[in-house]
Every structure is written in structure tokens, then in C-alpha cells.
Design a protein around this ligand. Structure first.
Ligand code: UDP
Length: 327
């Protein structure tokens, strides 16, 4: 049955891919986005489609959220501060949009009884030292003196709030902790590593690694992530639960840099700089970040289907095409 989806943050990197997939499946989508970090260009393929509507406003705008909520069947709440760089540089905005935006969305969802998926983040695992991270693990957060942790605490509050609306009022809420999601349309300007490495590699400039590069991450293609979000929304057993979503294939940041250089056929070399230099202040990085995917795979079929090389190649192709267009 075709549905009408509200996607907050739908002009962003993940939200725009999600919108495209839902439209392709025959659904209607309304995107609410203030385009603070997203881009209308991400929705270029959808503009003019009769099943698609774009509303440029903030998730903190209660009358708009209420109106759009009343007109939709289901909501994906993705609107959020984005990227470690922006979080470190703009903590007030980060805390406001993370917490207040989610309050507004959940209250409206409750008013109209709309199934809701709240996107949280692997940042909620804080300084977790034992990998893989499981959803019910205890967590140790960093000190409040470090700006980076305001996002983690904020997302933890979002999770509490989503679970509270479910437990106290019966609202069908699902929570997803996204691990490093990558692919076409992701911007490097907010600090994300892959688009930055690719940009440097195709320009044959130094690929700048923060710290000693031994820290690891797991990178998942945005298409695999979008598919998982849609499937979780279609799975009643996912209601009231928290799920890790991402890849569990671990790679060091040095390893990623070398792989990008190799796939791009680049002459770039690695350059290591300190976190202080990278972020302009002391910074707590995470040595490893790997999800336990057992709960996700028990709920839905999940690959992921795209390998790291496929992802890197897609991002290289996208950036080369953009550079060719500019030239
Ligand atoms: N990183 C890096 N160079 C960059 C950007 C990021 O070495 O130009 C590192 C960063 O310090 C972190 C990893 O790459 O260890 C992943 O960074 P990202 O911001 O993409 O994701 P997150 O830190 O949220 O996992």
C-alpha cells in the first residue's frame, strides 16, 4: 500500500537518498528541511514529481511540523546537526536542533499518532572501548568540556525521548544508531573523512590523516543504510527498539587513505596532523567503532551489499564528474 512519508532533514545526504528510494517504490514524500547543511540540489531528481513536496523550514517550527504531520502517514526524523567539525564549532546550534527538534517532531507524531523512526548515532556509544558495540551496552561519555560530546549526549536524550513516547503513550517509535555512512552527495566540508580523502587524492594533494591514523571505522554505503531504514519502518517487531545500522567491516583511517589513493590512481602521500591542529582545540577521538549487527539482522535481512571499494569508486566517480562539469 502506498503511503505518504514525512522526512525531516530530507535534503541532506542520507535523507535525499531515502526520499528517492521511497518515491521509486511508488510512495509520496514530503521533505522538511531548512537547508542549513542539506542542499536543494540533492533533491534535483525529485523536484516536479507529483508525489514529491519540499518544504523549506525548520523542524523547530511547531505549526509547520504539526501541519505536515497531520497530512502524512509515517515520519522519518533525520534532521540534525551534521559532522564533527560543525558540532565542535557550533555547539549551541547542535544542542538546540538535536534536542528541541526531536521534541517538536515526537510531540506532533504523538498528537497525530504517526509511526516514527528517530535517527540517532553511534556517537551514543561514547568512549566505548570494547567492540563490537551492542545496543544495550553501558556507555561512558566524555567530559562536558569537550564540545564534541554535546552531540552524543543530545542524541542519547533523543533516544530517551523516543523510547519514553513509546513506553508512556504507546507511540510506535523505532530508534536507529547510524554508524559511518558514506557515498555520493556526502560533503567533506563538515569534516567527514571519505569525501575529504577522495578530494585530496584526485587532486594529487596530501591526504590529511588526523592523529596517527590507527583509529578504525566501518563505512557503509548510504543505499544500504536507506534500505535498512525503510525495512525497519515496515517491521512491527522493530517498534520500541534501538538498532545499530552500518557496516561491521573495520578499517583503519591510514588503511582508508591508502585504499582511496590506490583506487584513484593518485600520487598523493599521507600527511599526519594532530587533532588539536585539525579541530583547533583538544579533541577526544575514538580508537575503534564497530557495530554488533545481530539485533538488526534478526529483525530484517541486511547485507550490506556494497563493498568499501565500490563505495570509494562511487565517490571518486562523483567528484571527478563534478570537477569535469566545473572545468
Ligand atoms: N579524519 C581524518 N581526516 C579528515 C577527516 C577525518 O583523518 O580529513 C578522521 C577522524 O579523525 C576520525 C575518522 O577520520 O578518526 C572518521 O572521521 P569522520 O568525521 O568521518 O567520522 P567520525 O569521527 O564521526 O567517525
Amino acid at each position: 500500500m502506498n503511503k505518504r512519508y514525512l522526512i525531516t532533514g530530507g535534503a541532506g545526504f542520507i535523507g535525499s537518498h531515502l526520499s528517492q528510494r521511497l518515491i521509486a517504490a511508488g510512495h509520496s514524500v514530503v521533505v522538511l528541511d531548512d537547508v542549513s547543511t542539506g542542499a536543494v540540489a540533492n533533491l534535483a531528481g525529485l523536484m516536479g514529481n507529483p508525489n514529491f513536496q519540499f518544504v523549506r523550514d525548520s523542524v523547530e517550527s511547531e505549526p509547520i511540523v504539526n501541519l505536515l504531520m497531520s497530512e502524512c502517514d509515517v515520519v522519518f526524523h533525520l534532521a540534525s546537526a551534521v559532522g564533527v567539525r560543525l558540532i565542535v564549532e557550533q555547539p549551541v546550534r547542535t544542542i538546540r536542533t538535536t534536542i528541541h527538534g526531536t521534541e517538536v517532531v515526537l510531540e506532533a507524531a504523538y498528537r497525530f499518532n504517526r509511526p516514527t523512526l528517530v535517527t540517532s548515532s553511534s556517537e551514543v556509544y561514547g568512549k566505548g572501548m570494547t567492540v563490537p558495540f551492542s545496543e544495550d551496552d553501558d556507555v561512558v561519555m566524555g567530559a562536558t568540556i569537550f564540545n564534541r560530546w554535546c552531540y552524543a549526549y543530545g542524541k542519547a536524550i533523543d533516544e530517551f525521548l523516543g523510547l519514553a513516547y513509546h513506553r508512556q503513550y504507546g507511540l510506535p517509535v523505532r530508534i536507529v544508531r547510524l554508524f559511518n555512512t558514506v557515498g555520493p552527495r556526502q560533503l567533506g566540508q563538515y569534516g567527514m573523512v571519505l569525501p575529504r580523502f577522495v578530494a585530496s587524492a584526485i587532486a594529487n594533494e596530501p591526504v590529511v590523516v588526523y592523529g596517527d591514523g590507527s583509529q578504525t571505522r566501518c563505512f557503509c554505503h548510504v543505499h544500504d543504510v536507506a534500505d535498512a531504514l525503510i525495512k525497519l519502518m515496515e517491521t512491527p517487531a522493530a517498534i520500541g527498539k534501538v538498532f545499530n545500522v552500518g557496516s561491521d567491516q573495520e578499517i583503519s583511517i591510514n588503511g582508508l587513505a591508502e585504499r582511496v589513493i590506490q583506487r584513484a590512481g593518485s600520487r598523493s602521500k599521507l600527511e599526519h596532523i594532530s587533532y588539536e591542529k585539525a579541530y583547533g582545540q583538544a579533541f577526544d577521538d575514538l580508537p575503534r567503532r564497530v557495530p554488533n549487527l545481530s539485533r538488526l539482522r534478526a529483525a530484517i535481512p541486511f547485507g550490506p551489499h556494497n563493498s568499501l571499494d565500490q563505495i570509494i569508486d562511487a565517490v571518486i566517480a562523483e567528484q571527478r564528474a563534478a570537477a569535469a562539469k566545473k572545468a
